[in-house]
Design a protein around this ligand. Structure first.
Ligand SMILES: [Zn+2]
Length: 320
């Protein structure tokens, strides 16, 4: 069998982007499994959620948003530290960039390596990569909850930490009035999970329980279509949990019997493929996902840093 191309390096086709108006002044841009972005209008400003991979990619989104509102972006909220979510930040000219304090820490600790790693894995997302001015540094951080009043009778946008999950510092954004939740990469709707920097056990239990407790009517996950209605919202959350629990079960079995990482990968692939194999980035993510979960079973709490060398090593060892 021919060797699989590394991660998403051979997946260069443009995705169709769809801007959805979820409620008055509430926007989501989805892109067939590529990272989603959102925006919320305040009385005289915008809060943007997620920055995209480059200023060019961010500007492509802002251009579409400008057909609906010309208010300035006051706050740019980062759901977590991953390069494809943060490196487009300069395009927003935001007054402040908001993130969880762990996200700020992770950018300082591993932002440069993550940039190189994600560029190698998903080159398609990096439109005009030379336009990135450097790492994105949040200037407002919090560790539990932060409320942004939107002015007038628009209610507020609540930023909330739900526990460790996709990374150590994921946050969600919640509109209590409209019952709309932006879940970032804590929930994916029919897109594979990237868990290479994750805390699988926390994520599959308390963290997703906390996300579910919002009882959102509309949920925008990190990738995939918008979930409309309580049933679809809970289904997206439980699908995400199912992917995690399937991994925990299979990697756990192999680890417990003293098997190898490669055997854990094969058992997990075989188990998840029938249900999730058709989802975007399934083959891309799984080697990194299994490696990280294996590390957790080995007792490594803080995720090891991915570098482009380590990416290739793990890929060559598992996905051949
Ligand atoms: Zn991510």
């Amino acid at each position: 069998m021919a060797k699989k191309p590394f991660a998403s390096s051979a997946d260069l086709g443009e995705k169709v982007e769809t801007l959805e108006v979820l409620a008055e002044g509430v926007y989501a841009l989805t892109a067939e499994g590529d990272p989603n972005v959102c925006a919320v209008e305040g009385e005289d400003f915008i809060v943007a959620f997620e920055a995209r991979a480059t200023p060019k990619a961010a500007n492509d989104w802002l251009e579409q948003l400008r057909e609906h509102t010309d208010k300035p972006v006051k706050y740019l909220v980062l759901s977590h530290y991953h390069a494809v979510r943060v490196l487009g930040a300069s395009a927003y000219n935001a007054e402040s960039i908001i993130a969880h304090e762990k996200t700020k820490f992770l950018i300082e600790e591993r932002g440069m390596q993550d940039w190189a790693s994600e560029f190698g894995r998903m080159p398609r997302l990096f439109r005009e990569p030379d336009g990135i001015p450097g790492l994105t540094h949040p200037d407002i951080v919090f560790n539990d909850r932060l409320e942004i009043p939107l002015g007038g009778d628009r209610g507020s946008l609540v930023l909330q930490y739900c526990g460790r999950g996709h990374t150590a510092g994921d946050i969600v954004a919640w509109l209590p009035k409209q019952k709309i939740l932006f879940a970032g990469d804590l929930v994916e709707a029919a897109a594979a999970l990237y868990t290479g920097d994750a805390f699988h056990f926390d994520w599959a239990s308390e963290t997703l329980d906390n996300v579910k407790a919002f009882e959102a009517e509309v949920l925008v996950g990190g990738r995939g279509a918008v979930a409309h209605g309580r049933e679809a919202v809970d289904a997206a959350i439980e699908q995400t949990r199912g992917f995690l629990n399937g991994m925990i079960e299979k990697v756990g079995e192999v680890h417990k019997r003293g098997g190898t990482l490669k055997e854990a990968f094969e058992a997990t692939h075989e188990h998840l493929e029938p249900k999730f194999g058709m989802w975007p980035i399934f083959e891309h993510c799984l080697p990194f996902d299994v490696q990280r979960l294996w590390d957790e079973f080995e007792g490594t709490d803080w995720p090891r840093i991915w570098t482009d060398e380590r990416d290739q090593e793990v890929w060559d060892q598992l996905q051949d």
